[in-house]
Write a protein of this length. Structure first.
Length: 466
């Protein structure tokens, strides 16, 4: 598999209580009811909250970032709209399309652009269909790196992401001066043949993200680490805890080290985010449960992909399916190090940042033809080895500023009695704390809220001056 990762959706718990009819003023304008409702709504809306049951049926659309700015890609550089660091944008890409977006870059920061292409419902895709992203200067010269993402052997329509960069550094790097640069997003098509049917001509939706990384305070090594522990670790054991995957990068379910379970339907993709700090090694295994019926087999049914904090593909792995349980494990990855970026292998160079790494699992839509609509059981064994180390000293802040930051390890949910491992951005810390609150249980939170209400009510009922 190259570059392609599958994504899909699950239902989000984003609906609060609705109060119908006449408002009842219990105590002080109904404040206790408001408090209880607020607590319960906060608990119900926790991202990545454990799911008692997973819905089946047709997967819902990819979850684009809330508040993303809609922009129109230009067919030439002259009218290209400017993208701002830290921004997330929505656009669209037609068949045989090539679109341009503009960047205004300084001479000290690294720029990373990721484009997620989302086929619309009912689309058909071929093995080598995909999207390519590059950053170019005013003379059409490509900068540091460009990648192409393909749908791959599953030939299952789903969002796929590619990334490109302009990096500052000596030697091999181009585009080192400040100035105007262009992001080029183009659709890659497969020649029509009997073995590869044509893809749908419909436009694909796009989600663009732009991250800026500051330079180091002091120049460091310019070569990748030569040695690291490349042995496959033992898979984690223990009872799996339920955790619901998200529908996109911005709604990814939060995971820590441990064993987790979910459900996945054909055509669906689940997003999870795992905090990994400097010096730590990430490992994951995905297991697809056995089917209760159906027959036949598929060469590539399950695809698991790992993306770094700027949504750059690090590696992926696929597994076939014949109705019996199957597993897929990522090849060993190096510890997170700044100098990994100097490696030529994407699996090493992608592990260059601390922060939230995205584990994305896709089940091919064609599985439904042989084994039904599901959902099928999914088990994830996530391991983060090593103690967190001090990261590089940046001469400024990244944009968005928390993308490479780390949260405290005790905020990460873990299973099996093991100590939590890893850390993520500050948003992850808040998410993990909410998850911890959610773990207390809605009933316990409700009892606490009612206790506060009761004490306050008694105080109000006590005559003044006592």
């Amino acid at each position: 598999m190259t570059g392609g990762a599958g994504w899909a959706t699950v239902r989000g718990d984003n609906e609060g209580w609705r109060v119908m009819g006449r408002r009842t003023a219990w105590w002080h304008g109904g404040r206790p009811l408001a408090i209880v409702a607020t607590v319960l709504c906060a608990t119900a809306a926790l991202p990545g909250r454990p799911a008692a049951a997973v819905e089946s049926g047709t997967p819902k659309p990819y979850a684009f970032a809330q508040g993303a700015t809609t922009v129109q890609g230009a067919t030439g550089t002259t009218d290209a709209v400017r993208l701002e660091p830290g921004g997330t944008y929505r656009s669209s890409l037609g068949k045989d399309g090539k679109l341009y977006y503009r960047l205004e870059l300084d001479a000290t920061s690294n720029a990373y652009i990721a484009a997620t292409a989302v086929p619309r419902p009912g689309a058909e895709v071929a093995y080598s269909d995909g999207v390519k992203v590059s950053v170019q200067d005013s003379n059409s010269s490509s900068c540091s790196s460009s990648t192409t993402a393909h749908f791959g052997a599953s030939q299952s329509p789903h969002p796929i992401a590619a990334w490109a960069s302009r990096e500052i550094g000596p030697g091999k790097y181009a585009c080192q001066t400040a100035g105007t640069y262009y992001v080029v997003v183009e659709r890659v098509a497969t020649p029509v043949s009997s073995a590869s049917p044509p893809s749908s001509p419909d436009a694909w939706d796009l989600e663009l993200s732009y991250v800026s990384e500051p330079r180091l305070e002091k120049a460091d090594s310019t070569s990748a680490p030569e040695t690291w522990n490349s042995a496959s670790p033992e898979a984690l054991q223990g009872d799996a805890r339920p955790r619901r995957g998200g529908a996109g990068f911005t709604t990814a379910g939060a995971l820590g080290q441990g064993v987790w379970k979910d459900g996945i339907s054909p055509g669906q993709t689940l997003f999870y985010k795992v905090p990994v700090d400097w010096g730590q090694q990430f490992h994951a295994t995905a297991e697809l449960g056995s089917s209760s019926g159906g027959e036949g087999s598929m060469g590539t049914a399950l695809v698991m992909s790992l993306y770094n904090p700027v949504r750059g593909l690090v590696t992926d792995v696929g597994a076939g399916y014949d109705g019996s349980q199957r597993s897929a494990a990522l090849d060993p990855l190096p510890p997170v190090e700044y100098d990994n970026r100097y490696a030529f292998n994407n699996r090493i160079s992608g592990m260059r940042f601390a922060g939230s790494y995205y584990l994305v699992v896709h089940l091919a839509a064609q599985v439904a033809d042989k084994f039904g609509d599901g959902p099928f059981g999914l088990t994830l064994r996530v391991r983060v080895d090593g103690a967190a180390q001090t990261g590089p000293a940046y001469a400024g802040r990244a944009v968005p500023q928390d993308v490479f930051d780390s949260a405290t390890g005790d905020s990460v949910p873990a299973t099996g009695g093991m100590a939590p491992a890893g850390s993520g951005g500050s948003d992850d810390a808040s998410t993990m704390k909410l998850v911890a609150v959610g773990g207390i249980g809605t009933g316990t939170v409700l009892v606490l809220a009612l206790g506060v209400w009761t004490v306050a009510a008694r105080r109000r009922a006590t005559p003044r001056g006592w």
